[in-house]
Design a protein around this ligand. Structure first.
Ligand SMILES: [Zn+2]
Ligand SMILES: [Zn+2]
Length: 364
């Protein structure tokens, strides 16, 4: 194989087009991966609709996994030290970081790396090596990308949402400080909310309560570690606040995680933590996702407000081992509900957009 077909997104008018690119020469410590599966994340929908504005044209697809097709010289182990060979199934941190800038070296916050490259999100395909996204037969991983071998016990479907959806929930629960006995509310029962529930449950949370407007998703949430799923479709904001208080001894939740992608839910969400509790928002990741905030509520109730994004390699390593350890306890295989070939990428996006499935996977 010397070339790769890829689904290139031109713009919101022209949409996608299948293009072929030569496979690039592999630099020392770089790798070419044959993509086995790339799932469609909310960010891909935002790119498709034009609400998120990446460099164009772009090969989207950051939530992905595949098989090592070619290893560059010197790349003999994965980021955790396990031996790496051609043919191994792998996933990778979709944010490449330089390891040398102020954030990487002084602040030890690689997520904010000044030279970061986000495969499938933050880099287009106009310039070599072109193959920068997962909606493609092959992706080129630059030297320094944190690659992880996938344990044999995890199927492609189970593992594919790990490097964005699951890793984000590992990150946010850590940042929010979810710990033993705490009452946690998750707004939204899409993949992020479901993973958030399982992680909170495994961290020893007290009650895990999920809010959504979709009965099917709420039903599923109970299988992902949620104690109580509440359908808020016919409830006023006051009703929701009263219900959470009632369930938490009149106090409110210790931690509330917004995983809906809808900025308007922050209005009620910020009223759900107890005094001094934490509200973490991760969903509305597109430019212009603004919402009015009640500063009085925020200040006088001393709410800790967190925005969480850009996960690093340590979060991904934790997420993979979490998945391996808990795979028999939760029905992870239900997250990816449909598969589409590369040339049907638009059908895949539409299926997720219409909420027919939680995740659809592109199988190039
Ligand atoms: Zn850096
Ligand atoms: Zn994503």
């Amino acid at each position: 194989m010397t070339s790769s077909a890829a689904a290139v997104f031109r713009n919101t008018t022209d949409g996608f087009e299948i293009q072929h690119f030569e496979l690039p020469p592999v630099e020392p410590r770089g790798a070419i991966v044959k993509v086995r599966m790339a799932s469609i994340c909310g960010t891909d929908l935002h790119i498709w609709h034009g609400s998120r504005k990446p460099p164009l044209p772009i090969i989207p697809g950051h939530e992905a996994m595949g098989v090592i097709a070619q290893l560059g010289s010197g790349l003999t182990t994965d980021a955790a030290g396990a031996p790496l060979h051609e043919g191994d199934r792998v996933t990778w941190s979709y944010i490449w970081t330089c390891g040398a800038c102020y954030y990487c070296t002084i602040l030890k916050e690689p997520a904010s790396c000044l030279r970061r490259i986000a495969y499938g999100v933050g880099i287009g395909c106009a310039d070599p090596p072109h193959l920068n996204g997962g909606f493609s037969e092959y992706i080129y991983l630059r030297p320094g990308t944190s690659i992880f071998r996938i344990p044999d016990s995890l199927s492609d479907e189970v593992v594919v949402p790990t490097n964005c959806a699951l890793v984000t929930m590992v990150h946010v629960t850590g940042a929010a400080g979810v710990s033993l006995g705490q009452n946690v509310v998750v707004q939204g029962c899409g993949p992020l909310g479901l993973y958030g529930a399982t992680v909170a449950r495994e961290l020893g949370a007290g009650q895990v309560i999920a809010l959504d407007t979709n009965e099917t998703r709420l039903g599923l949430a109970r299988r992902f570690g949620v104690d109580l799923g509440i359908n808020v479709s016919k409830m006023s904001d006051d009703d929701v606040v009263a219900k959470i208080k009632e369930l938490t001894g009149g106090i409110g939740a210790d931690v509330v995680i917004e995983a809906t992608g809808v900025p308007q839910v922050l209005a009620v969400g910020l009223r759900l933590p107890r005094e001094g509790g934490t509200y973490a928002t991760i969903g509305p990741i597109y430019q212009g996702a603004t919402v009015p905030l009640d500063c009085f509520n925020l200040i006088f109730r001393r709410i800790r407000l967190l925005g969480v994004a850009r996960n690093d390699a340590a979060h991904l390593r934790t997420a993979i081992s979490f998945l391996e350890r808990t795979r028999s306890k939760y029905p992870y295989e239900l997250v990816v509900g449909a598969r589409f070939p590369l040339e049907k990428v638009t059908d895949g996006l539409r299926t997720v957009d219409e909420r027919k499935v939680m995740r659809a996977a592109i199988v190039p």
